[in-house]
Design a binder for this molecule. Sequence first.
Ligand code: KIV
Ligand code: ZN
Length: 514
Amino acid sequence: MTNYVKIFDTTLRDGEQAPGFSMTAGQKLRLVKALEGLQVDIIEAGFAAASPGDFDAIRTIAHEVKDSTVCSLARCNENDIRASGEAIKPAKSGRIHTFIATSPLHRKYKLKMSRDEIVARAVAGVELARQYTDDVEFSCEDAIRTERDYLKRVVEAAIRAGASTINIPDTVGYTTPEEIRDLFEFLTSGVEDADSVTFSAHCHDDLGLAVANSLAAVRGGARQVECALNGIGERAGNCAMEEVVMALRTRYDFFGLATGIKTPGIYGASRLLATLTGNPVPRNKAIIGRNAFAHESGIHQHGVLANRETYEIMKPEDVGVNTDNLVLGKHSGRAALKNRARKLGFELSDNQLQSVFIAFKELADEKKEVFDTDIEALILGEAVSTDGPWQISSLHVSAGSNMNHPMATVRLKHSDGREREHASQAAGPLNAVFDAISQITDIPMKLDHFGVRSVSGGEDAMAEATVRVSTDFESYQGLGTSTDTVLAGAKAYLDVINRIERRAVRQTSIAAQH
Ligand code: KIV
Ligand code: ZN
């Protein structure tokens, strides 16, 4: 058995389908570039039959990606499989991932199908998918709660029909490490022609065991792990890519298995995802949290100064966390900026470099020294501010101890050409700004949380504002950066408004198509 574990990234499918994590086509493409930079083996780009928007996004991704296999999910039915087949057509290497549920609960209550009917559907699905590509993955949804003899029967039928990857999902995050290892050992040793296919694990995190279960599955013979950056995904999420990859790498002595992931790109890709979706990573999150490499207690600091390995099992730079914090200044050129961005894990297109460079020059005029953390904030700020539809044209605030009610005048421009201005007074300057933005955009929201932190040191540091709001239906997060705290807050609030408006447009277009 090979000692290579394929990394199948489902950030754009299982991750993106979770509430609060949706992305525009442009955002997906941006993330795909980061995933390709990580050298992910397979990118599950979406579910082609879900909507015309999803279909188009997968097709564009299939066109753009050169180094990874691009995959589309399909239920085992003709419409889904044909949609996936068409969507991945432009890919250099394309995969169809088709699935049907096999557990007694799903058979009886969801599918209302007999065991035999499900086997027949699985075989027909795989055979049809094979008409589009030789690379077909088959999943038994809720495999963990499926009777073993029946699971074996479905898997053998799928292999005979032409599947080359067999995925065994723990759809509801129910299994334990020992149980799943045993199941993979049973399948990889007992299934007819097991050697001709790759077995894959797909674990959800409902009991907080997704990474541990995926690693145990690998011990049992899985050679593909399905995972998502930052562990995003349905309900409690999927197996976190950064965790499973770094566990295999750090404990090579134990697992003896390798992945092809270029780990220094992990931190940048994770930050990009957090910014694009407006969902910050918790400070204490393994591998990529802000505290993951911070040593606060005196005893730990003392140890690390004497020898880093006393308290560090991985080097920060191995996952792209930069500890040098080098400085650029106003005389630094475009090439230096591009180079530094690459070191931070961001591959900028010419257009992106152009807008980040303008922002960099403006910042370098205001700040003596521009640190890596500032550059990261500029890149991430650019990633959200260009998505619109609303942009800030101007913002004026008057506030102070001799004013009863601070006042904010905000002017916004919409991508459809509308330009509107509103002045609001409120108890605080930020409340006044938020109110003016809500009045202009006509989106009332309840502010649940506002936070601001400096991204680098010094009195001229950049501020990063985060806003969490709720509407009648959902909760949203937004992010904004600027050297001006009030402007950072306004950008974060507008980021949320833009997410709500983009979502409404998407839903209207889906409703119109059905
Ligand atoms: O969790 C699950 O079962 C899935 C399948 C579609 C693979 O996401
Ligand atoms: Zn899943």
